[in-house]
Design a binder for this molecule. Structure first.
Ligand code: ZN
Length: 292
């Protein structure tokens, strides 16, 4: 009987799917990771695992992008054009909706993690929160008035343009679309391309740390200035570099020059949920889908 109330969750990533079931989002009963292969194999494998857990009442999916989040679009719940072979236009939400006939919550993995950090992690109680992850790419989600911001799509904070430092103009950037947008300057692959090593391996004294902190700090300042969020949660592999967060904070303060009226309350913090942020977000999406 208890199984009737199980929430299911999928964090769909480019290399692995994280699956979980729970009665409430904060109380994961079982968790499983499976490799991301073809859509046919991966979705069938996920369904087999869910079948073995009991009956689901709702499923939340937090997926790699780009994804169609517009509920009025005919392809809502699909992956859009992706370089990942076989996955373009995969009907992720539809597959499970057809199989289980239950409500499906669907959002990006970054929005899922943002929701989880806001509801249960480092952003709890914040008067607005932005979540930024800096790793293979740079992604961001925004929670205002207690709700994830969607608008015409989903935020793409990685393609924000920082102002280049006057003495740092020679590197052309690594983004295939924009060159030296933030992702082209401060993502893991950009750092590797430019300096030949990860930021952690380069060490906190290396100029790369100041450069990257400078550009990420500008994004944080802009988030504070544009949205008045109280908290920016900054996660992802690159942000684990020792000393980086402090330098980003310093750079954001410099960019703001003590002008913003709410700045004393505004802060930059690391995430609190670690590797479970995405899947916890998917459980929150499931809970919301069940309630709606
Ligand atoms: Zn870009």
């Amino acid at each position: 009987m208890q199984n009737e109330s199980l929430l299911g969750a999928i964090e769909a990533g480019g290399t692995k799917f994280v699956l979980a079931v729970a009665r409430t989002p904060g109380d994961i009963l079982a968790r499983q990771e499976i490799p991301t292969l073809t859509p046919e194999d991966t979705l069938a494998e996920a369904a087999r695992w869910f079948d073995a857990q009991g009956r689901l009442s709702a499923l939340g999916i937090a997926t790699f992008g780009p994804a169609q989040l517009d509920e009025s679009a005919p392809d809502w719940g699909h992956i859009l054009d992706t370089p990942k072979p076989g996955w373009s236009h995969c009907d992720l939400a539809g597959y499970f909706a057809r199989r289980y006939g239950i409500p499906i919550g669907f959002d990006t993995d970054v929005n899922g993690a943002a929701l989880a950090e806001y509801c249960m992690g480092a952003g709890q109680g914040a008067a607005g929160m932005a979540y930024v992850t800096v790793g293979t790419g740079i992604g961001g989600g925004l929670v205002l008035g207690g709700e994830l911001v969607h608008g015409a799509g989903h935020p793409e904070m990685g393609h924000y343009h920082s102002k280049r430092a006057a003495d740092d103009v020679s590197y052309s950037g690594f983004c295939p679309f924009h060159g030296d947008c933030l992702e082209g300057l401060a993502s893991g692959p950009a750092i590797l391309d430019r300096w030949g090593a990860t930021l952690s391996d380069l060490g906190s004294e290396h100029e790369a740390v100041d450069r990257v902190a400078g550009y990420l700090g500008q994004l944080c300042h802009s988030l504070f200035a544009l949205t008045a969020v109280e908290t920016v949660v900054l996660g992802g592999g690159v942000t684990k570099t020792p000393g980086l967060l402090g330098k980003i904070d310093e750079s954001a303060r410099l960019a703001g020059n003590n002008y913003l009226p709410g700045r004393a309350r505004q802060k930059i913090v690391p995430p609190a949920l670690g590797d479970n942020a995405g899947v916890t977000g998917a459980l929150l999406l499931a809970e919301a889908a069940r309630a709606s």
